[in-house]
Design a protein around this ligand. Structure first.
Ligand code: GRF
Length: 212
């Protein structure tokens, strides 16, 4: 069975959706290990409750981003993952990390990329009066939140929405699309080639599958 390694920094609700999908057979793989840059991340607790190895590495113990990532790579590689999944992992990756898992590294970013890379996307969508917001699953490249988009989900933004309302609405969609994309990868249907995402042999458009 294929092996996933998941990286988290916080609550880990996307990790939970992935664990549930593996448990229910919607993803034909198992989560072999979970790593975090935060010892307090609830995602680690979720992993342990599911009987999965879970570890935190502290940046304070390393002299540089490169040194931290070298150790993280070594620990991840102990689990020989087929796919590395970033699920709310809030630490910038070194080029060496991205290169190591090139074409088997996924991220989920809460915006309709290429709109709003970086932080506080929901807040920006509200401030700009956007009528819709969303989330994107993409392959990771050296460009922050810039790798090829695989699948997006849109949600409406209503005029009286708080930031929390939009976050919650977006996250509901994340729990559906992230496991789905992971299942495509695990089943060999999804690959990254020539800096593009390909599904079932067809190159996906720049905003992913079923993009408008
Ligand atoms: C998600 O909304 C994801 O889009 C972003 O960070 C959030 C993580 O939430 N990258 P959780 O830790 O999975 O609950």
């Amino acid at each position: 069975m294929k092996r996933l390694v998941v990286l988290v920094s916080g609550n880990g609700s996307n990790l939970q959706a992935i664990l549930d999908a593996c448990e229910q057979g919607r993803i034909d793989a198992r989560v072999a290990a979970v790593f975090s840059n935060k010892a307090s991340a609830f995602g680690l607790e979720r992993a342990r409750q599911a009987g999965i190895d879970a570890y935190a590495l502290s940046a304070a113990d390393y002299e540089s981003r490169e040194a931290f990532d070298r150790q993280l790579i070594a620990r991840i590689d102990d689990y020989a993952p087929d796919l590395v999944v970033l699920a709310g992992y809030m630490r910038i990756l070194s080029p060496a990390f991205v290169a190591r898992y090139h074409d088997r590294l996924l991220n989920i970013h809460p915006s309709l990329l290429p709109k709003y890379p970086g932080l506080h996307t929901h807040r920006q969508a509200i401030a700009n009066g956007d009528s819709e917001h969303g989330t994107s699953v993409h392959f990771v490249t050296d460009q922050l939140d810039g790798g090829p988009v695989i699948l997006q989900a849109k949600v409406p933004v209503f005029s009286n929405d708080s930031e929390e309302d939009v976050i919650a609405r977006v996250q509901q969609q994340e729990y559906a699309i992230y496991p789905l994309v992971i299942s495509w990868f695990v089943d060999g249907r999804l690959v990254m080639r020539d800096n593009a995402a390909w599904l079932d042999g067809a190159k996906l458009p720049s905003n992913g599958y079923a993009g408008e």
